[in-house]
Design a binder for this molecule. Structure first.
Ligand code: HEC
Length: 140
């Protein structure tokens, strides 16, 4: 009986040791993970390199048509183009060229800007073309 108990105690201490190592490892990994996040976070005061952004999974891909549309047109036309303050442009009968012109020139209504002109603004000509194609081909 004594022997059995001794054996059990030995195993118990080995197990406890293993557990301690595991817990310590977990804490170390957890802490360094937190530190990395803090360093790379937006509050860091330093803009992230593209590599860091990609790693953090929040690349603001300015060549991505869906992202361009959501950011620039979504507030008025809805992320899916079904319209908010701007009309629905899903399944529009306009051609890609007409959509492009609309984005470039915007629209006025009763002398007020109903839709801003994007040409010469934050969007490049290429981005405008990308969005026009996206509207025509993806928002059906
Ligand atoms: C500030 C709100 C606003 C934003 C931002 C905006 N639009 Fe508009 N858009 C409008 C309004 C309002 C109209 C309707 C104008 C009118 O009555 O002639 C319109 C009209 C249009 C039309 C013509 C619809 C039709 O059937 O005649 C298209 C196409 C269009 N927008 C695409 C876009 C795209 C693409 C973007 C992003 C690059 C965008 N709009 C950004 C408000 C906006």
């Amino acid at each position: 009986m004594r022997q059995v108990k001794g054996k059990y105690q030995k195993w118990a201490s080995i197990l406890a040791l293993l557990l301690m190592v595991a817990v310590t490892g977990f804490i170390v990994v957890g802490c360094s993970g937190g530190a990395t996040e803090k360093k790379g976070g937006e509050s860091g005061g330093r803009s992230l390199t593209p590599q860091e952004q990609a790693q953090e999974g929040r690349v603001k891909d300015e060549a991505n048509p869906a992202v361009l549309f959501t950011n620039n047109c979504g507030p008025c036309h809805g992320g899916d183009g079904s319209g908010i303050v701007g009309p629905s442009i899903r399944g529009t009968s306009l051609t890609v060229e007409q959509i492009q012109k609309q984005i470039e020139n915007g629209a006025t209504k009763d002398g007020n800007v109903a839709m801003p002109a994007f040409k010469g603004g934050e969007l490049s000509d290429n981005q405008i073309k990308t969005i026009a194609n996206y509207v025509k081909n993806n928002l059906k």
